[in-house]
Write a protein that binds this ligand. Structure first.
Ligand code: ADP
Ligand code: MG
Length: 590
């Protein structure tokens, strides 16, 4: 797409919506498109929830119901304008979503889907049994939407309103996903450990996502109530909740446009099937449900990423256009002076059931020192790392980082104090570019949240974050593949990318777990150069590594572990001479 078209894509989309409304399209099609717009809004929420964050909800229809019922009841009984009751409905939705999210999102596994099923069922029966809500007959005579004398409650007026809202929601979500909080959200699908280590509050992120998805559903419900001019429980039950999920999965739950594709195709298919199936089968009934079931199973088997993934494959995302070379650098943290004590590991212990994986290990790191942690496989090196960085809780002992006791703190709080790490098994987001993955490491150096992101008020900060990410990637020799999807990288470059990501946090202490594994000779030499450069800048390093050349070359001090215990520690020369180490460790290696 040429540049000027790219800049004008949203105004053009709005113009297309208006043009469609004025085209001599049959009323029937306008009505169909209105429903598709309503479904799309709810679907957009599901993309965020399921596609981005990996959380499954069968209860979105219940949130549609809250938006619909609250506005219907309030406009009928209080005479308030629907434009006001919209916000009351959104408020009620946010409250109930917050409640459900804070109760269930802490739990892992199937609790959330089960809770949303329970929520969908109970709200349905509540709506159906409350006298004030008209029981299963619902509420009739709900007013339509008017604005400055225009009838927006039906037909083309409603079409314009709904599709402008769909366009706005899609634009806001696209902007969100391409932002600091959005990258944190996209990291959730691969588990929470890496995101937490980058300083992301993953529970909060999930709650925000759940509430946003519920608000989109509620907005759809508000439109629906004033479009139908009546509400009753059946469109808000569990079956509809399942259908919303079905639509979005078929369309492509990982893509914003997948929600629209799914709503469009399911609605068309449903209409056609309702006409043709009874004719073919010779009797009436909801046979389309069976066909939908079959389609879903086939889709999950042969095209699990949904129909839009085909389109996405045809036209991969264009590289980032923004130029951030003029952005001011991010503020740097105050660092301890060379030689000051940075890390004081005090007799830490970790027990996994009967196995003592780390047995009263103690050592210290001073500012500007490179310390190597070595020992045979299974010695407890990675576990030691995880204890220091807060990924695992200590069974006993204490860790002081820059004078603060960090034992028992969450990894994101320790990251905030200036401790960064990489993982023995690379943790990244494969479908995000290298640059975006690395920018996640600078999470704690940005401030802009969800609303700034959606309104694109975060551009200046984004430029700073990307500039920093690019700087760290170039420093580590990866400036040539900024826009490559991270999943395309070979093992060695993936590890380098993790180091660049860790460096984006402007660390006082950097923990590297087997950084040279999978690296080629030249890459190893480049890595050694980067480590020395970091040391010269006053960064402290703790290194787990099997490559003895690298370890002996760059480390000032070595800590040797075996079977969870501290075998000895000293300078590389001392360690090489130590007969215990030769017997226990070097002997087995060489
Ligand atoms: P290293 O990194 O030195 O190879 P690890 O720290 O990964 O060793 O593992 C040390 C010991 O602790 C091993 O015996 C391993 O099986 C065990 N271990 C590590 N993590 C866990 C865990 N989460 N649960 C149970 N045992 C574990
Ligand atoms: Mg390990």
């Amino acid at each position: 797409m040429p540049n000027f078209l790219h800049a004008l894509r949203w105004p053009l989309l709005a113009a297309a919506i208006l043009a469609l409304a004025w085209l001599p399209l049959p009323d029937y099609w306008i009505t169909q498109l209105n429903y598709i717009g309503l479904y799309s809004l709810t679907g957009l929420g599901l993309v965020l929830l399921t596609g981005v964050a990996g959380l499954t909800s069968f209860g979105q229809a219940a949130f549609v119901g809250i938006g619909a019922y609250s506005s219907a009841w309030l406009t009928l009984h209080t005479g308030l304008s629907p434009w006001l009751t919209l916000f009351i409905g959104l408020g009620l939705t946010a409250l109930s979503a917050l409640l459900i999210a804070s109760l269930t999102l802490r739990m892992s596994g199937h609790y959330l889907p089960l809770a949303t099923i329970a929520w969908g069922l109970s709200l349905y029966y509540l709506m159906g049994n409350l006298e004030a809500l008209g029981k299963y007959d619902g509420l009739l005579g709900v007013p339509g939407l008017q604005l400055a004398g225009f009838d927006l409650g039906q037909g083309r007026g409603f079409f314009v309103l709904t599709w402008l809202l769909v366009g706005l929601a899609a634009a806001a979500l696209l902007a969100l996903l391409d932002s600091r909080p959005g990258r944190a959200m996209r990291a959730l699908k691969t588990g929470t450990q890496m995101a937490e280590a980058m300083g992301v509050d993953t529970l909060r992120s999930k709650i925000v996502i759940f509430v946003l998805a519920a608000l989109l559903a509620s907005l759809s419900g508000w439109l629906f109530a004033h479009f139908q001019r009546s509400v009753n429980p059946s469109p808000f039950g569990l079956q509809m909740g399942i259908e919303y999920l079905f639509m979005t999965v078929v369309g492509g739950v990982g893509y914003i446009w997948g929600a629209l594709t799914g709503a469009f195709l399911t609605k068309l298919l449903e209409d056609q099937l309702q006409v043709w199936l009874p004719r073919w089968l010779g009797s009436s009934g909801s046979y389309e449900i069976i066909v939908f079931g079959i389609v879903l199973v086939l889709m999950l088997k042969y095209l699990p990423e949904g129909l839009w993934s085909l389109a996405a494959r045809l036209r991969p995302a264009p590289p980032r256009r923004a130029d951030w070379s003029a952005a001011p650098p991010l503020a740097e943290r105050h660092k301890p002076a060379r030689g000051e004590l940075v890390l004081d590991v005090q007799a830490i212990r970790k027990q996994f059931g009967g196995l003592v994986a780390v047995n009263d290990i103690a050592f210290q790191i001073r500012a500007g020192q490179i310390v190597g942690l070595i020992g045979p496989n299974g010695a407890g090196k990675s576990t030691t790392f995880n204890l220091i960085s807060g990924l695992l809780s200590l069974t006993r002992g204490q860790v002081l980082f820059c004078g603060q006791a960090v034992g028992g703190r969450r990894s994101r709080e320790i990251a905030r104090l200036g401790l960064s790490r990489t993982f023995q098994h690379v943790k990244m987001i494969p479908d995000m570019t290298v640059l975006e993955n690395v920018a996640l490491g600078a999470h704690l150096r940005g401030r802009k949240g969800v609303f700034s992101a959606m309104a694109r008020l975060n551009r200046a900060e984004e430029a700073q974050l990307f500039k920093e990410a690019q700087r760290q990637l170039e420093r580590i020799g990866m400036g040539h593949c900024l826009h490559e999807p991270a999943g395309n990288l070979a093992m060695g470059p993936q590890r380098l990318m993790e180091i660049a990501r860790a460096l984006c946090n402007d660390p006082v202490l950097l923990l590297l777990d087997e950084p040279a594994a999978g690296l080629r000779h030249q890459e190893k030499q480049a890595l050694a150069a980067v480590l020395r450069q970091l040391q010269a800048e006053g960064v402290s390093l703790l290194l787990v590594e099997h490559d003895m050349d690298l370890v002996m070359n760059v480390c000032d001090h070595l800590v040797v572990m075996e079977f969870g215990t501290l075998l000895t520690q000293g300078t590389p020369a001392e360690i090489q001479q130590n007969p215990k180490v030769r017997a226990a460790y070097l002997g087995t290696e060489h």
